[in-house]
Design a protein around this ligand. Structure first.
Ligand SMILES: Nc1ncnc2c1ncn2[C@@H]1O[C@H](COP(=O)(O)OP(=O)(O)OP(=O)(O)O)[C@@H](O)[C@H]1O
Ligand SMILES: [Mg+2]
Length: 256
């Protein structure tokens, strides 16, 4: 299989002006490439900058400096096209409580300009792939957290985009539903999708990731394949060693 850099992040920085904390450097010179048919995992402790980076990829936030391109097109020059190329799942998205899952996912298909027959076919396909048949015609307000998360996933992927950007997609799910979502992600990789996700679950990284970036305080500490990170050991150990080493180095008492 030939590798093609589909998403490229170049020297991205993000500074938030916070009324209480002043300037917050959430990202400092972040660069990496993600490939079609591969899963890229973004790892980092709380506050590392993962959500900020994923929101910049998804065009809901602009970088302070630097750029992101998708399939060779710089996102800031054509954000609408970038959004068509991408499905972005962030944990906080709400659902219309009175709409059924089918209505909601179909409505997003309409927003993407899909015709009726394409929407029907895609909703059926996503329902089968994500195991949504039993609740597809129930109002979202009556769904469990796991069912709601499947609806969110179906909603952002209804247009079958080549890039999936998932921010802690399994964080609230039980082990069985998380497994279903991971199988779905694996199937999407097999279909050639470029998948970028953040997680705190190292088992997910072991299972899913081909490539990994470890970020800490907005900087990339490691960029490479999962196997290069783990070096024959556990991803969790390699991750902790990197992050603890960086924290020690930046602590006030550390030699400069
Ligand atoms: N809108 C904002 N205004 C000010 N600071 C922000 C804003 N959004 C994020 N930050 C800050 O940017 C930094 C990175 O936050 P971010 O949410 O990207 O981290 P994260 O890696 O996703 O963390 P977590 O694992 O907890 O989800 C943090 O210091 C956070 O407080
Ligand atoms: Mg986050």
């Amino acid at each position: 299989m030939s590798l093609r850099a589909f998403v490229e992040v170049q020297d991205v920085t993000k500074v938030f002006e916070d009324p209480k904390r002043g300037s917050v450097e959430a990202l400092r010179g972040v660069s990496f490439s993600c490939f079609s048919g591969r899963i890229f995992g973004l790892l980092g402790p709380n506050g590392a900058g993962k959500t900020t980076l994923l929101r910049i990829l998804a065009t809901t936030l602009s970088p302070t400096t630097g750029s992101v391109s998708i399939d060779g097109v710089v996102v800031s020059t054509d954000p609408a096209r970038a959004r068509r190329s991408m499905g972005f799942l962030s944990g906080v998205a709400g659902l219309y409580e009175r709409s059924t899952a089918r209505e909601l996912v179909s409505f997003f298909g309409e927003l993407h300009g899909m015709d009726r027959s394409a929407i029907t076919a895609r909703v059926d396909e996503l329902s089968r792939l994500l195991g949504m048949e039993s609740f597809l015609d129930m109002p979202c307000g009556k769904l469990s957290d796991g069912q709601r998360q499947k609806v969110r996933l179906a909603r952002v992927l209804v247009h079958d985009p080549p890039v999936l950007v998932l921010d802690e997609a399994t964080a609230t799910l039980d082990i069985l539903v998380a497994d279903e979502v991971m199988r779905f992600i694996e199937a999407e990789r097999a279909r050639g999708k470029c998948i970028i996700f953040s997680t705190h679950v190292m088992g997910e990284v072991e299972r899913l990731c081909d490539d990994v970036a470890v970020i800490h305080k907005g900087r990339v500490l490691f960029l490479g394949t999962k196997d290069e990170l783990a070096q024959g050991g556990r991803v969790a150990d390699a991750f902790m060693q990197l992050v603890r080493g960086a924290s020690d180095a930046s602590s006030p008492g550390a030699a400069s």
